[in-house]
Design a protein around this ligand. Structure first.
Ligand SMILES: [Fe+2]
Ligand SMILES: [Fe+2]
Length: 189
């Protein structure tokens, strides 16, 4: 079995067995990020597919392994601890960890093509399925927000995902209708 498949299987197991985050996270989020990363890789075949696909499986490790601290920083550190067991080279691990460290919206926009593809695939995946419904229910169940606050934050997240995290014009065009529909829907419900 190749390295990416072995990493994917380990992440799947950790998502479903460790239970640090809700079980929807693997099928609804991670599989959709993988699908979108593969779509973007087809459009941009010069990008390093190994780095991107490893980043797909590692980018939310902080959440999957239930680690305290900053989502990006703790995730990047965990990536460096997690990947060596699969025989990934130090050079590749560093590239993957650098992407994990900057994958959420951040004032420091990702610079490399690989980092842009991962951030874009992550944002695109949110328009692929019922991700935002799962997210809002997750926020409400943790009693972090009132319904009014959750809806306001969700519309902000939709704006941020579409306008700041989808770097490629062709990807924006593909999702523009859904973005407008989603935004209207969550504003009015
Ligand atoms: Fe994340
Ligand atoms: Fe993610």
């Amino acid at each position: 079995m190749d390295i990416v498949s072995r990493v994917k299987n380990a992440i799947k197991r950790d998502c479903l067995e460790l239970g640090h985050f809700e079980p929807w996270f693997y099928p609804v989020h991670l599989l959709a990020v993988e699908k979108n990363a593969k779509y973007l890789l087809k459009k941009m075949p010069d990008a390093d597919s190994l780095v991107i696909l490893l980043a797909v499986w590692c980018h939310d490790l902080q959440r999957i392994h239930g680690l305290p601290g900053d989502h990006q920083k703790a995730g990047a550190e965990e990536t460096k601890r997690f990947l060596p067991q699969f025989g990934v080279s130090k050079e590749i691990i560093k590239k993957v960890a650098d992407i994990v460290a900057l994958h959420d919206f951040d004032a420091r926009a990702p610079k490399s093509l690989e980092a842009k593809i991962l951030v874009c695939a992550d944002a695109m995946s949110h328009f692929d399925n019922s991700f935002y419904v799962w997210l809002i229910s997750s926020w409400l169940q943790r009693k972090k927000f009132s319904m009014k606050q959750a809806k306001k934050d969700l519309v902000e997240k939709i704006e941020l995902d579409f306008n700041k995290r989808i770097f490629f014009e062709f990807a924006k065009k593909k999702l523009e209708k859904k973005y407008k529909l989603f935004k209207e829907f969550y504003k009015t419900v």
